[in-house]
Design a protein around this ligand. Structure first.
Ligand code: PMP
Length: 425
């Protein structure tokens, strides 16, 4: 199968970073709850969670039932609107403090693309500000400076070739949590800045927690210079709080992008925010900012999202994953302290990540000191214990409603064995 895959599919996978060194032969057969199985029958407890969507666990029965029921009645018609889309818009607007309007996309990348396009349209300005370590999808304006080599930090570091230099130059890359740099940048370029886009918690490099004053400074500078503040809550929205990080921080962005956990694994994205900006989208007749997508608001996906959000509100999902997350972080910290290994077990709620660093990181620069060999090495060893934490540098792990204390017991025991073996190597 892997050879057959590689014959026609470049690299044998359908998304960058699914092709993990040493795991080239992994063919997935089944996924349920906290587990997945490959075609050889090997079982893994899954902490990778497909980069984050299945907050309820894989193939949640309530989500499955909603999708199946909808599929029996309705598929895509591509005209008008459905009852489900209206309910989903109402639900998201109820949950997210800043949503005066909401539109659906099929992916997070489309949501961030449209956020930046409408920001440029509304302001008539060119520049976008992003932060080193944040990922916002595959499109040109943001395809730079995610996980950069030490010598590429502090200048443009595209993650792809084929991007026009003038597009790269239209994105300014700043240091996360650096209030002074934000203020200086606005003092110099404020009149040209269309948007600031930020993962309020940069999870694409594990977990960097934001200083409250940093997010507040972004809000202040955007307000005083008329720039659009975009919170990219594709990971944090829903997973950390039903009202997103904006509710936790008490900061109201102008636009918010969402995706992933909204539909527990079905392909979705959303953009929401200020009515005056959102009403520029061409879903409103005559409005100037083109917005389209054949699959936007697909009934099966919308059914998955409604079932997911209903369950997140009706059951103690956050309570469960936060308790397990706290347990994992506390017990892993004790484990590393006991072993005398310098490690920072970072995370929030259901997310955890162990950096092999001496002190808690505040920005991407601090992560350059992470011991990559340890980070990837013990995760590779965990595979032998049937535990899947993605063995790639700086990737975070996720807990779901389907994970149990027994799963956590096994994770902790296997981690101790894997780390000891890595140290002995
Ligand atoms: N923003 C963030 C914060 C993300 O983590 C991702 C995906 N990892 C995206 C945007 C892009 O979403 P998608 O892969 O659904 O296009």
């Amino acid at each position: 199968m892997p050879e057959r895959a590689r014959r026609l599919i470049p690299g044998g996978v359908n998304s960058g970073q699914r092709n993990v060194p040493g795991l080239g032969d992994l063919v997935i057969a089944r996924a349920r709850g906290s587990r997945f199985w490959d075609t050889t029958g090997r079982e893994y407890t899954d902490y990778h969670a497909a980069f984050g969507p299945p907050l309820l666990g894989h193939a949640d029965p309530d989500v499955d039932a909603a999708v199946t029921e909808t599929a029996r009645e309705l598929d895509l018609c591509g005209v008008g609107v459905t009852e489900g889309e209206v309910r989903l818009a109402e639900t998201l607007a109820e949950l997210m403090p800043s949503f005066e309007r909401v539109l659906l996309t099929s992916t997070g990348s489309e949501a961030t693309f449209h956020a930046l396009r409408v920001a440029r349209a509304a302001t008539g300005r060119r520049l976008v500000v992003k932060f080193q370590g944040c990922y916002h999808g595959w499109h040109d304006s943001v395809s730079l400076n995610v996980i950069s080599a030490p010598d590429r930090v502090g200048r443009h570091d595209p993650i792809s070739t084929g991007i026009l230099p003038e597009v790269l130059e239209s994105t300014l890359v700043l240091r996360f949590n650096d209030v002074a740099q934000v203020r200086e940048t606005f003092a110099t370029h404020g009149a040209d800045i269309a948007a600031v886009i930020v993962e309020p918690v940069p999870h694409n490099v594990g977990c960097l927690l934001p200083d409250q004053e940093f997010l507040a400074a972004l809000r202040e500078e955007c307000t005083s210079h008329g720039s659009v503040l975009v919170f990219d809550e594709v990971i944090t929205g829903v997973r950390h709080d039903l009202g997103g990080w904006q509710r936790i921080a008490g900061i109201r962005p102008d636009l918010t992008t969402m995706g992933k956990a909204i539909a527990n694994g079905y392909p979705i994205g959303a953009i929401g925010g200020r009515a005056d900006l959102m009403d520029l989208f061409s879903s409103r007749p005559g409005a100037p900012v083109f917005f389209a997508g054949t699959y936007n608001g697909h009934p099966a996906v919308v059914a998955a999202a409604l079932a997911t959000l209903d369950k997140l509100r009706a059951e103690p999902v956050h309570e469960h994953v936060f308790r397990l997350g706290e347990r994992v972080r506390t017990e892993l910290s004790a484990l590393y302290a006991g072993l005398g290994v310098p490690a920072v077990v970072a995370g929030y709620g259901s997310v955890f990540v162990t950096y092999f660093l001496a002190k808690a990181p505040r920005s991407y620069d601090d992560l350059l000191a992470n011991d990559t060999g340890m980070f990837v090495g013990y995760r590779r060893r965990l595979l032998d214990h049937g535990i899947f934490e993605l063995p790639l540098n700086l990737k975070r792990s996720h807990l779901s409603y389907a994970h149990t204390d027994d799963d956590v017991d096994r994770l902790l025991a296997a981690t101790e064995i894997a780390v000891r073996a890595q140290l002995a190597d």
